[in-house]
Design a protein around this ligand. Sequence first.
Ligand SMILES: Nc1ncnc2c1ncn2[C@@H]1O[C@H](COP(=O)(O)OP(=O)(O)OP(=O)(O)O)[C@@H](O)[C@H]1O
Ligand SMILES: [Mg+2]
Length: 287
Amino acid sequence: MTAHSISGTTVDLEAHRRMVQPAAETSAPAAALNPVKTGRRGAHVQIDDLQHRYKGMSHNCLENINFQVESGQIIALVGRSGCGKSTLLHLIAGLMQPGAGGVYINGNRVKHTCPRWVVMFQAPSLFPWMTVAQNAALGLRFAGRTQDIPTRIPPLLSMVGLTAYADRNVQDLSGGQQQRVALARSLATEPDLLLLDEPFSALDAFTRRALQQDVRRIAKDLGLTVVLVTHDITEAAIMADRALIMAPDPGRIVKDTVLDPGADRHRDSPAFEAERARLAALFEATA
Ligand SMILES: Nc1ncnc2c1ncn2[C@@H]1O[C@H](COP(=O)(O)OP(=O)(O)OP(=O)(O)O)[C@@H](O)[C@H]1O
Ligand SMILES: [Mg+2]
């Protein structure tokens, strides 16, 4: 595994290949990357009787986990701290193997990580000495697809609203802008599945709101399947088509509900507020 040191921090290049980050504030449509044009579809995910226990734990961290995510669907895994959300996401990503049961993506058992699915964590993990465009192109460079950089990176930067920043150093950007760079980097390799682990929790409320809406829009434009881990009910209601509520000890899914907060998913609309309140009540009753 190759590791580089940045400002005293060890950066794992393998991890960079796998990592994604969040999205945008204002941006152009995804026409140039439209799934109809590219012929791509989001991944189908199937979780069968998944069980997991960390070494030294007296009880299962996850037990009896069964669900499917349809191609192009956005689901939120919602639950209190420690209920196993990140563990489940890491198992889906192939970052570790379950004690029992299996994860299947497009019918194939997940045994390791793959560039077809990318994990977004809280931190953007960019290379600080590179420009926005260079950072966005890293995934393609790692994949040996440098010939695709001139055609893929400009429309991606447009999609995440960063065309004007293409030649700026990423250190000059705000936290939200840096996460958009990381999202562009992840989307460049045309993943089928985005796995998001509380990717907006380090951001201020305004940026967070913009990113929630933009990541949903971009995922829908590209037909991506998304699994979002969050403990924020409003975030789940804004972003997801469906929420799975988890409870702890052992971590398990206690509710699976389709979200319909109105066509525009606008926070101020009565339809959104009603759906957010319904999800909050379900959460309080079950989690
Ligand atoms: N590497 C590990 N080794 C041992 N136990 C772990 C490890 N990672 C997580 N755990 C334990 O597994 C349980 C689930 O952890 P996990 O990180 O999946 O929870 P989470 O729902 O993501 O929590 P949070 O919302 O705080 O991020 C917790 O009890 C945690 O202490
Ligand atoms: Mg977690």
